[in-house]
Write a protein that binds this ligand. Structure first.
Ligand SMILES: [Zn+2]
Length: 76
């Protein structure tokens, strides 16, 4: 299972891909670390399984931006 996560470091904020390993185990959620593959910033989330992070490829980045609709102008 893959999803897109945004770095929690406000100086970075980079989107990257996370994959959850062993996420099907029953039981309590535990604190797991996610490390940004760009700036190595690590933060903790509650989840099941272990998170692995991967940088987006150029193509994934384009697809992701497209799926976000990337507004041309921001209403101010
Ligand atoms: Zn980062």
């Amino acid at each position: 299972m893959c999803s897109i996560e945004y770095c929690h470091n406000s100086d970075c904020g980079h989107p990257f891909r996370i994959e959850v390993i062993g996420g099907n185990l029953p039981g309590m959620k535990s604190l797991e670390s996610i490390t940004c593959p760009y700036c190595r910033y690590t933060y903790w989330v509650r989840g099941r399984g272990i998170f692995r992070s991967f940088p987006l490829t150029a193509k994934q980045m384009i697809d992701h931006n497209r799926s976000q609709g990337m507004p041309l102008e921001k209403a101010s």
